[in-house]
Design a protein around this ligand. Structure first.
Ligand code: GUN
Ligand code: ZN
Length: 433
């Protein structure tokens, strides 16, 4: 049993989608706020003035000056084995996979390598204030064991899965339809629902799975309650043409997954930059989600995600870094780039919507908004402390700010790992700068 503890700072959290309820009703903000936590859960949130008098004198109060507490960030798409190739020069998706990604992922047949990388990866996530992520492993089942072992030690809410790919990849990196199914099942039995961990059935993308493999993936997805499905879709134009050649009998990219029972609640599709109208509608109707990965889409020259179009069809959209095609672990930097992606299409990403995407919207995409993504009483105490004094420029800029909106916007444009002063998972400090 952990003791009750309180954290005093400015506190901000989203409680609804500003696109639905309007900005004013979408958040709570306490300039001199207090967050009270016990046993890994939020007990109370409000102004220090209202909550301090009723706090029993033995409760420790940690006071952060010039800081903002927000929920931990949610990353709806990232690859833990790709830390070593972040920032690799000169190619678009299919070349990038062959040149950099597959050789890098090949190294994960060595379990010791997987453990070392999992540790580096999780440390980096927490340094950036991300407390929940939907994570690709490699084709090797030991990659997922390594990841979950480290996540479990830190009591993090994480979702991950072994990559399924049985074709169109180097020999050293393929499974078979049967072995992929069996290995995934073994991992599900070992990890799914253990503590705060969940499993995602993870076909890499349509080109690298046979129909037999996708069929078995669909079967597996239905076999255990609460499983996720995690894959890529419509990221790059050459990729989309390739899918048409490989699956001529299907009515487009999404239909490949749909045909095999891989869409629905807790299905998350990374990218979706070039989705058609009927595909957006189908994603919306089925409760599927898209992970918007702006730093990756710009880095690989994939295209610009049309957020307004997806949302007009009711598609759940979360924010993903997509490291190692993405260029930063920081969801603040994802928001910086998301703002520009939308600018280029005449759309606006206001800071309330932006922070919603990085927290509660991501949680909603993962059907976890009853547990994480906001700091309402009863939610898991995953939160970050953002430092208004992180750098001379940020400090100076924030001193000019006349509103919460202006402060949040400056933070998302200028901020990165340097503003994350401390990260808490289920009430425990897991990173301090
Ligand atoms: N499509 C298939 N595999 C990958 C990957 O590893 N990264 C990205 N960005 N897209 C993919
Ligand atoms: Zn990806």
């Amino acid at each position: 049993m952990s003791q009750r503890k309180a954290y005093r700072a400015s506190v901000f959290h989203c409680i609804a989608d500003p696109g639905v309820v309007g900005a004013e009703r979408s958040y709570e903000y306490f300039e001199d706020g207090l967050l009270v936590v016990e046993d890994g859960t939020v007990v109370e949130i409000g102004t220090a003035e209202s909550l301090l008098p009723s706090l029993s004198p033995e409760v420790e109060v940690v006071h952060y000056e010039d800081a903002l507490i927000t929920p931990g960030f949610v990353d709806t798409h990232i690859h833990y084995p790709q830390v070593g190739i972040i920032g690799s020069y000169g190619s678009q998706l299919l070349d990038w996979l062959e040149t950099y990604t597959f050789p890098c992922e090949g190294q994960f047949d060595d379990s010791r390598h997987a453990h070392a990388q999992a540790e580096i990866f999780l440390r980096e996530l927490l340094r950036n204030g991300t407390t929940t992520a939907l994570v690709f492993g490699t084709v090797h089942k030991q990659s997922v064991d390594a990841f979950f072992e480290h996540a479990s030690r830190l009591n993090l809410r994480m979702i991950a899965g072994k990559v399924l790919m049985d074709r169109c990849a180097p020999d050293y990196l393929v499974d078979t339809a049967e072995s992929g199914y069996a290995d995934s099942k073994e991992l599900i039995e070992r990890w799914h629902g253990k503590g705060r961990l969940s499993y995602a059935v993870t076909p890499r993308f349509a080109p690298t799975s046979s129909d037999e493999q996708l069929e078995l993936a669909g079967k597996l997805f239905k076999e255990f309650p609460g499983l996720y499905m995690h894959t890529h879709i419509s990221e790059n134009r050459q990729e989309i043409e390739w899918v048409k050649e490989l699956f001529p009998e299907r009515d487009g990219y999404l239909d490949v997954y749909d045909h095999h029972g891989l869409i629905g609640e807790r299905s998350v599709f990374a990218h979706g930059v070039h989705l058609h109208d009927d595909e957006c509608r189908r994603l919306g109707d089925t409760g599927s989600a898209v992970a918007f990965c702006p730093t990756s889409n710009l880095f690989l020259g994939s295209g610009l995600l049309d957020l307004a179009h997806l949302e007009s069809h009711g598609v759940r959209v979360g924010l993903g870094t997509d490291v190692g095609a993405g260029t930063s672990f920081s969801q603040l930097q994802s928001l910086n780039e998301a703002y520009k992606v939308l600018q280029l299409q005449g759309q606006k990403l206001d800071p309330f919507k932006a922070f919603y995407l990085a927290t509660l919207g991501g949680a909603r995409s993962l059907y976890l908004d009853d547990r994480i993504g906001s700091l309402q009483a009863g939610k898991e105490a995953d939160f970050v402390v953002l430092d208004y004094e992180a750098t001379p420029l940020i400090s100076y800029r924030l001193k000019q700010s006349k509103s919460l909106e202006e402060t949040l916007f400056a933070l998302m444009i200028l901020g990165d790992d340097r503003v994350v002063k401390e990260t808490f998972s289920a009430g425990m400090s897991v990173h301090r700068r």
